[in-house]
Design a protein. Structure first.
Length: 145
């Protein structure tokens, strides 16, 4: 199915986060404490400034539409994966190389799910007005970062 223009921004963010995931895996595998610490700082910043705003947009503008169209299985998986990633950034969570790698694996799996299933379903159900609202929300979030 042809990627709708309004969903391209979401897909571009997914691509950027897949690149981040690869870099995170490499840092986690390095075994170098400084590299791991620096990557955690980078990942925490990316989570706060990019991932969490991205999650909120998807939840508000896409998941709600799919929920209305009885795509509860997709929406449930979507929410569970967002929750799993969010737990990584809760106070007191580990900051080891293994935790870093776990984050990268979860992020990559989640992006693959969204691209292959979640956004494909969104394209079937979202009308032009909903897609334009989504695009404006993405633009507004990007302008704040």
């Amino acid at each position: 199915m042809k990627r709708l223009t309004e969903l391209k921004q979401i897909s571009m963010e997914h691509h950027q986060n897949l690149v981040l995931s690869r870099k995170v895996k490499k840092a986690a595998a390095s075994g170098d404490d400084n590299t791991i610490r620096d990557m955690w700082i980078r990942v925490e910043t990316a989570y706060e400034t990019e991932l969490e705003p991205h999650f909120r947009i998807e939840e508000q503008y896409i998941a709600s539409i799919l929920d209305m169209h009885d795509e509860s299985k997709l929406v449930q998986q979507f929410h569970e994966e967002h929750a799993a990633i969010r737990r990584i950034f809760m106070p007191g969570s580990g900051r080891t190389a293994a935790d870093l790698n776990h984050f990268a694996v979860l992020l990559e799996q989640h992006i693959r799910f969204e691209e292959r299933e979640f956004l494909e379903a969104a394209q079937r159900y979202m009308n032009q007005d909903e897609l334009q609202t989504l695009a404006r929300a993405c633009d507004s979030t990007r302008a704040r970062t």
